[in-house]
Design a binder for this molecule. Sequence first.
Ligand code: ADP
Length: 271
Amino acid sequence: RTYALRVSCLPGNPPPGAVAVLHDVTELRRLENLRHEFVTNVSHELKTPLASILAYAETLRCGAIHDQENNIGFVQRIEEQAERLHQLIQDMLQIARVETGQETMQIVELSLASAARGTVAQHADVASRKEINVHVECSEDATIQADEDGLNTVLDNLVSNAIKYTPVGGKIVVAVRKTDDEAILEVSDNGIGIAPENQPRVFERFFRADKARSRAVISTGLGLSIVKHLTQAFGGSVAVSSELGNGSTFTLRFPLSAAGDFPPAVNAGPP
Ligand code: ADP
């Protein structure tokens, strides 16, 4: 922001005609700090799994490959860390595309109920391995205007988080309902919950409420940031309500689609 400030003259003197130009650097500095923080986080998040992969590979090379009891375990650790790196790179590329508006989206009318059912079906195996019951409540459907891949990414992130952060034997409900002008989708779980002070922060890039626990699951801290950007690109909003130890509910609200009125393609645009 730039302010032009006319320097006032003393009473009785002719105006000096001087103009002082002040630049407000606060916003520039904030963006620079964000960029710096992002690069630091990315380097750290990339280095950690890479260091593990190198250490396990070296251990195998230096003899552990002949250790019948442990060698498969070491190879599995390498696979897990490589999967973590892969997920991180995918999430970073997607967030960069969405934030810079390079994610070209095909906006069409979509049924929230069928998107919800599709996502839940895709996660059925993982959920059943943890004996988690995933229930879909779609007694009514709601149509919104969104990009199909984008909406699937949003749902995928919310449902996979619900599974990740819910202990064995838990319960997840994916519900669709609508008001006069809004389509509402809720993903609720009875998992570990999020402390009140962390709830506003979970949509920030790289934020993880419990880093120690996050190491036990594949966690990049980018999923909910992607959810927020995509939801906003579809004209919607996302909110969380949660109680530590008692579960979380993520609520998405979209404008109900006005039938027949949808543009062919848009860019996501900066949020
Ligand atoms: P990730 O799950 O990859 O760490 P996200 O951006 O999806 O990243 O989530 C950010 C953080 O929010 C998670 O690390 C976790 O601490 C918290 N979180 C997200 N979803 C849930 C949930 N359903 N229950 C409890 N905590 C959650």
